[in-house]
Design a protein around this ligand. Structure first.
Ligand SMILES: [Zn+2]
Length: 281
């Protein structure tokens, strides 16, 4: 039996079984949601709410982080992002890409609504454009699959997020922004979310003309970096993701769905990456 506390318009308490579950899901989709189902938030933010939340968080983040002052690198990364995002199944948000100047921080994250930030420390770890595209495609995957709304409301509760959106609780926005800047930003996502983002990433890479094996190439770089730097490494990215070996195994499976010979012919754009990014960082 399901039960739920009544708290949002449209949320009914004490309905039973599938009818209840369906009612909750329909209400969540229609209005942005109800709060709990056996204590577990299941709300999704609607697209407008995601976009608004993303905009507010982007303002916080851009105030706190140093945006890379190099228009050519910004434009290059933007081009890679748009090449990938045009193939995403979700097109009701605007995908935006910004490079943050922090050479010792290996991080990248997307916000609800489509803003994405890539750190120069992560770019320096990539050996070619395809590897950077792999990380970006993973983050686009989280946006496209609407993981943010689900994760943020799971963590904070729908009503708290709504109050923040209404400007009644700026502290919550600051907290969420801080989480994206540290390791906790990735804690919004479940393991299932991560697998889904990897799966979408492989497909986006393929459609955008890259070899999806680049995802594995980046993971290897990350492992080598961790081994070399040990505890001194500042790697918010993937800090809370499933263990790398498990991810790599699954990514290999996703990649193997694309024809091997065609994969091998796809360029990784190492020279272009050096010229347009690495040599300038
Ligand atoms: Zn992820």
């Amino acid at each position: 039996m399901f039960s739920a506390n009544r708290r949002q318009d449209g949320c009914l308490s004490r309905l039973h079984g599938e009818a209840f579950a369906l009612a909750i899901i329909m209400a969540a989709l229609a209005s942005g949601g109800c709060e709990t189902l056996d204590g577990q938030p299941i709300n999704l933010l609607n697209t407008q709410q995601e976009i608004q939340l993303g905009r507010e968080l982007a303002d916080e983040i851009e105030e706190r982080e140093e945006i890379l002052d190099d228009a050519a690198v910004q434009s290059y990364v933007r081009e890679i992002g748009h090449r990938l995002a045009q193939h995403a199944h979700r097109q009701d948000v605007e995908y935006r890409f910004t490079v943050i100047d922090a050479p010792d921080t290996v991080n990248a994250f997307a916000l609800p609504g489509g803003h994405m930030y890539v750190y120069t420390g992560l770019m320096k770890l990539c050996r070619n454009e395809a590897e950077l595209a792999g990380v970006m495609a993973h983050e686009i995957g989280h946006v496209a699959a609407r993981h943010h709304g689900e994760g943020i409301t799971r963590m904070y509760g729908y009503s708290i997020v709504m109050r923040a959106l209404l400007g009644e609780d700026p502290g919550t926005l600051t907290r969420i922004a801080s989480q994206f800047l540290g390791t906790a930003g990735h804690a919004y996502f479940s393991r299932q979310n991560e697998r889904e983002a990897d799966q979408i990433a492989a497909a986006l890479l393929w459609r955008a003309g890259y070899n999806p094996e680049a995802l594995l190439g980046f993971m290897q770089q990350l492992e080598a970096y961790k081994a070399e730097r040990g505890h001194t490494a500042n790697i918010p990215l993937f800090a809370t993701h499933p263990p790398t070996s498990e991810r790599m195994h699954l990514i290999s499976q996703y990649v193997s769905r694309f024809p091997r010979e065609q994969r091998a012919q796809r360029p990784v754009h190492a020279d272009r990456y050096h010229e347009k990014a690495l040599d300038r960082l």
